[in-house]
Design a protein around this ligand. Structure first.
Ligand code: SF4
Length: 359
């Protein structure tokens, strides 16, 4: 007999549909079950059409645990006989905390039986993008990143992404953590050119792998988003600079290159200032990223021993006052300001004074 399977996304903000749940739907349908997707944000649509046998609830950042617990409590109350599974990023990183939600089972990591299945996009008919993992894991092991814990070492999953791209979708969104480390990247680039769809490398690309041929391939795509690089520590300067130059040489516009810049971590405010100044002098966009502990249950609660509330607030304040969408574009006044400043305090404090706000 076909079971009714409920797939629930809790009421937190997410730009993308829950790809893991969509794959689970395909998996269960292949076993003859029926599936139903619930976006818990829609308060009047929380009740399923039929009594579920199993309920899968996903999760995202650890600090969004509260809406996850709310969803578990709601379905535990509505369907005490149904088996509730809680998976996703929060459940994988903090299983002991997740257990306190009273879900029946905590699932950690990736459900490998569904890994190679096409997500069930019928459940999200208005969504217009094929979300693809051409690889899992990462060849790097940055200690601030959840990927090595969640997905482990780099594994190139597929040479071709064709089976995972839906005709009706106008774009392809890569969720690879390090797409350019996939050994089949050149073959996939070729496919992307043939597809003629818009492309988004959502998780950013690794500057070290932007060779001249790779830069040319990237420039030949119909990019649907900015190119995102990371400059998280001084040691990456040479590679990031080289990557920026190569991307500019093949015609990518300066305003379309975003460089994510970690702060509140193991480098001092002055070292962060140096990285921001480098990026502005390269002419591209700096996007400061505040470090968060992997296991935090309260967003923005961690303060590095090298930072303080004051220095963090100076950065956040500058992002609000002179930034654009939280980023620092390399406009002339800003570049000059950073070039003339003697260090972090001077570069960032000036903006606080100028706006008349106290620190
Ligand atoms: S390169 Fe990116 S995905 Fe890989 S471990 Fe570092 S931060 Fe994580």
């Amino acid at each position: 007999m076909a079971n009714h399977i409920l797939l629930v996304e809790p009421a937190y903000y997410s730009k993308f549909p829950p790809i893991g749940l969509l794959k689970l739907s395909t998996y269960h349908k292949s076993k003859g079950d029926r599936t139903e997707y619930i976006d818990f944000k829609n308060q009047d649509q929380r009740k399923p059409k039929k009594t579920p046998k199993k309920i899968y609830i996903t999760s995202l950042f650890t600090w969004t645990w509260k809406p996850v617990w709310d969803a578990v409590a709601y379905y535990k109350n509505e369907f005490p006989k149904a088996e509730i599974w809680l998976g996703g990023v929060y459940a994988s990183l903090m299983p002991e905390h997740a257990k306190m939600s009273r879900a029946d089972h905590i699932f950690k990591g990736i459900f490998t039986d569904a890994e190679n299945l096409m997500p069930d996009y019928d459940l999200v008919p208005d969504w217009d993008g094929s979300i693809v993992f051409s690889s899992r894991g990462c060849c790097n092991n940055c200690d601030f990143c959840a990927v090595p814990r969640l997905e482990g070492k780099m594994s190139s999953l597929r040479k071709s992404i064709k089976p995972f791209v839906l005709d009706r979708h106008s774009k392809i969104i890569f969720f690879d953590n390090n797409f350019l480390a996939n050994k089949y990247r050149m073959n996939i680039f070729k496919e992307l050119i043939d597809f003629d769809k818009k492309i988004d490398f959502n998780q950013g690309i690794d500057a070290r792998f932007i060779t001249e041929p790779v830069a040319k391939k990237i420039a030949s795509l119909k990019l649907d988003s900015t190119i995102r690089l990371a400059y998280d520590s001084h040691g990456q300067q040479k590679f990031v600079k080289q990557a920026v130059e190569r991307l500019l040489d093949v015609g990518i516009k300066k305003r379309d290159i975003f460089v994510y810049t970690l702060f509140n971590y193991t480098e001092t405010p002055d070292e962060f200032f140096n990285r921001v100044r480098d990026i502005l002098n390269w002419g591209v966009v700096c996007y400061p990223m505040r470090y968060e502990s992997l296991f935090t249950i309260g967003k923005n609660s961690y303060i590095s021993p090298l930072w303080s509330n004051h220095t963090i607030e100076l950065v956040q304040h500058a992002r609000r006052v002179i930034g654009y969408g939280g980023a620092f574009p390399a406009y002339e006044g800003l570049v000059n300001k950073f070039n003339n400043a003697s260090g972090f305090e001077e570069a960032f404090e000036l903006y606080a004074e100028k706006s008349g706000e106290s620190k």
